[in-house]
Design a protein around this ligand. Sequence first.
Ligand code: SAM
Length: 211
Amino acid sequence: MKKTIEEHADRFSQIAADYDETQSSDEYRACASLVVDHADPTPDDVVLDLGTGTGAIALALAPRAKRVVGRDISEGMMEQARKKAEKEGLDNVEFGEGRFRDPNYDGEVDIVVSNFAMHHLSDEEKREAIQTIADLGPRRFVLGDVMFFGEPNPDEPFYSPEVDDPATVGMLADALTDAGFALTAVECVHEQVGVLVAERAGDGDEVPSAE
Ligand SMILES: C[S@@+](CC[C@H](N)C(=O)[O-])C[C@H]1O[C@@H](n2cnc3c(N)ncnc32)[C@H](O)[C@@H]1O
């Protein structure tokens, strides 16, 4: 991690009020939309959104899920998320402090999602986070994020080396499969932005085949 958890939390709390307005790029929208589509919860599913921020993904999924739990390190970002939930009349979504490697959640979870957040962790920390997510026992994990399909290029959007630490798609694929997931979809939104869908077969189930 290029900055401490506290530094990242402060940085996001400072920009929280304006965050939604600044997320207007086609790639961010495409990535968020793909995460929501691939998460595809049923009305019985509990969804955990890690690095939930102002709740873009959590709030989009809440009407289709039983319950959505958002976790983040920035109280300022979650304040915005709570306001939006109230405005939209969504009472099955809650936001609270939690980290990728310590989500502060031990209830049931069917689907884990994360959008544009895990790239703040180092690769080793991402591996730990992915194992932590696997240990929660979801059947699906949908990761939208800054990730390298080719060579890292700080002159291209979405990668600022001073704060970001994105992984290659290969590293993420390895970490996901090492944690017992099967990769079922890889969506390249941009050379530096993608969505990975990982599924875990239940006891006795077939591992889903790649799309
Ligand atoms: C770019 S925002 C993305 C927010 C939201 N998922 C979205 O799609 O708009 C990244 C978020 O990740 C959070 N974050 C950074 N490091 C984190 C960590 N280790 N654990 C949990 N959240 C973290 C930040 O506080 C911030 O709210």
